[in-house]
Design a protein around this ligand. Structure first.
Ligand SMILES: Cc1ncc(COP(=O)(O)O)c(C=O)c1O
Length: 406
C-alpha cells in the first residue's frame, strides 16, 4: 500500500487501508471473512510446491498454518508496527508461548521482567523450567539488574513494558544494547502501549508482542495476539510455534480485530487524555494513598516513559487508605466502571489486586522481591483501564464511590 511517491501513507490511513482491498469475486470494498479450514490444492506439481512453500503467504492450504482473514490482519499490523512481517495468534499468551518455545532450547537461559502479566509469569516461572530452560526474573526497569543476570547461555531478554499490573517502564534501548552485546534477542511485550504510543522495533527490539485482545481489538469482543519482527525469525515461529503448537488465530476474531484497528489512533488518544485526567484527579483525592501513571511526574520511570513513548495509554493503578476488606465495599459502589479483568476495552474496567493474592499468582518471586512489592502495593492496588467514556462521568463515578466509603 504505497502512495504516489512509493512511500507509506500516514499511520491513521494505514489503520483503515493496510491489509484491506476490494474482494476479487464480488467487488465488495471489504475483504470477506474466510472461515474455511482447508483450501483446494492445485494438481500441477510446481503450483503445489508453491502452496507448501513458507515464502508464499498469499497461498493457502490449511487454516492452522495461515488463512486469508488472519493474513489481512497480519499485513495491517506489520504496517502499523513497522515490522517486516507479523503472525497473528489465538490470544496474547498464544503469541508469547509461540515465540518463547521457538526461540529457546533446553539448557538456554532467559532474563525476564519479574512482575508481568500472570500468565506470562506462569510460563516463565513454571513451564520453561519444566523443559530445561533456566529463567532469571529481575526488575528490568533497573538496567544493572538485567546486566547482572546475563550468563553465557542467555539467548533471550524478555521485557514487558509498560508492565502489568504496576505500569513499570523498562528502557527498551538500554536493554536492547545489553541483549545485543551478548548475542541475545530482545522480545518486548508492548500490549499496554496500545501500539500507537511505543515502537519497540525502532528502539532496538527484535520481536514485539501484543495481546490483540486489548487495545488493538478495543471492543472487548475477541481474543487474539500478534508477534512482529523480521521475516526470517517469524518464519521459524510460524512453523514451530503455530503450526506445531497450534495457537492459530480464528478468522472471525481476526476480522473483529481488523475492524477494531480502524479506530485505534482515535481511541488511543482518548484513552490517554482520559487516563491523564483521572490520574490527576486521583492524585488530588484525600482517600488515595498512591497513583502510578507514566504520564505523572511522580511515576518512578517518568523520564524513560517520556523519552520512549509518545503517550501513555489508559492503564494506571492506585491504592486507597482503606482496610483490606473495605476495598471491596468501594467496588460495590461503582455504577459505571465495570468490576472485570481484561483491559484496553472501550469501557472502563477495574479490579482490586490484594497483595497476598498477587503473590500467589507471581509464582516465582523470592522473599526479597516480595518485600519490595509489599512496600509498593501496601494491602493491594486497583488496576484501572480507563475507557473512552466521557471522562467527567468516569471521575463522577469514582467520586461518588469514594464518598460512600469515606
Ligand atoms: C501485558 C499482557 N500480555 C499478555 C496478556 C495475555 O493476553 P491474552 O489474554 O490475549 O492471552 C495480557 C493479558 O492481560 C497482558 O496484560
Amino acid at each position: 500500500m504505497k502512495n504516489e511517491t512509493g512511500g507509506q501513507w500516514q499511520f491513521e490511513t494505514r489503520c483503515i487501508h493496510a491489509g484491506e482491498s476490494t474482494d476479487t469475486d464480488t467487488r465488495a470494498i471489504r475483504r470477506p471473512i474466510h472461515m474455511a479450514n482447508a483450501y483446494e490444492l492445485p494438481t500441477d506439481i510446481d503450483q503445489l510446491l508453491a502452496v507448501f512453500s513458507w515464502d508464499n503467504l498469499d497461498k493457502f492450504q490449511y487454516t492452522r498454518e495461515h488463512s486469508p482473514t488472519p493474513r489481512s490482519l497480519e499485513e495491517r499490523l506489520a504496517s502499523l508496527e513497522g515490522s517486516e512481517d507479523c503472525i497473528v495468534t489465538a490470544s496474547g499468551m498464544g503469541a508469547i508461548s509461540a515465540a518463547l518455545f521457538t526461540l529457546l532450547n533446553a539448557g538456554d537461559h532467559i532474563v525476564a521482567t519479574e512482575v508481568c502479566y500472570t500468565g506470562t509469569q506462569g510460563l516463565l516461572g513454571v513451564h520453561l523450567p519444566r523443559f530445561g530452560v533456566d529463567v532469571s526474573l529481575v526488575d528490568t526497569s533497573v538496567i544493572a539488574e538485567v546486566e547482572a543476570a546475563i550468563t553465557p547461555r542467555t539467548k533471550v531478554i524478555y521485557v514487558e513494558t509498560p508492565g502489568n499490573p504496576l505500569v513499570s517502564i523498562s528502557d527498551i534501548r538500554a536493554v536492547a544494547a545489553v541483549a545485543h552485546k551478548v548475542g541475545a534477542l530482545l522480545v518486548v511485550d508492548s500490549t499496554w502501549s496500545g501500539l500507537v504510543t511505543q515502537k519497540p522495533l525502532e528502539l532496538g527490539a527484535d520481536l514485539v508482542i501484543h495481546s490483540a485482545t486489548k487495545y488493538l481489538n478495543g471492543h472487548g469482543d475477541a481474543l487474539g495476539g500478534a508477534v512482529m519482527g523480521g521475516k526470517k525469525l517469524l518464519g521459524k515461529i510460524r512453523e514451530y510455534g503455530i503450526v506445531h503448537l497450534g495457537a492459530c488465530a480464528s478468522p472471525f476474531n481476526a476480522w473483529l480485530i481488523m475492524r477494531g484497528l480502524v479506530t485505534l489512533p482515535l481511541r488511543m488518544r482518548q484513552h490517554g487524555e482520559n487516563a491523564m485526567r483521572v490520574a490527576q484527579f486521583l492524585e488530588s483525592h484525600e482517600l488515595v494513598s498512591s497513583v502510578r501513571y507514566p504520564g505523572l511526574k511522580s511515576h518512578p520511570q517518568y523520564e524513560v516513559a517520556t523519552r520512549q513513548m509518545t503517550g501513555h495509554s489508559g492503564m494506571l493503578n492506585f491504592s486507597l487508605k482503606l482496610e483490606l476488606l473495605q476495598n471491596f465495599e468501594f467496588i460495590k459502589h461503582l455504577k459505571l466502571i465495570k468490576h472485570a479483568v481484561s483491559l484496553g476495552h472501550d469501557q472502563s474496567l477495574l479490579i482490586f489486586i490484594p497483595t497476598v493474592f498477587f503473590f500467589d499468582d507471581m509464582v516465582v518471586l523470592d522473599d526479597r522481591q516480595k518485600q519490595k512489592y509489599e512496600k509498593i502495593m501496601g494491602e493491594g492496588v486497583y488496576r484501572l483501564s480507563v475507557g473512552i467514556e466521557d471522562v467527567n462521568d468516569i471521575i463522577r463515578d469514582l467520586t461518588q464511590a469514594f464518598a460512600a466509603v469515606s
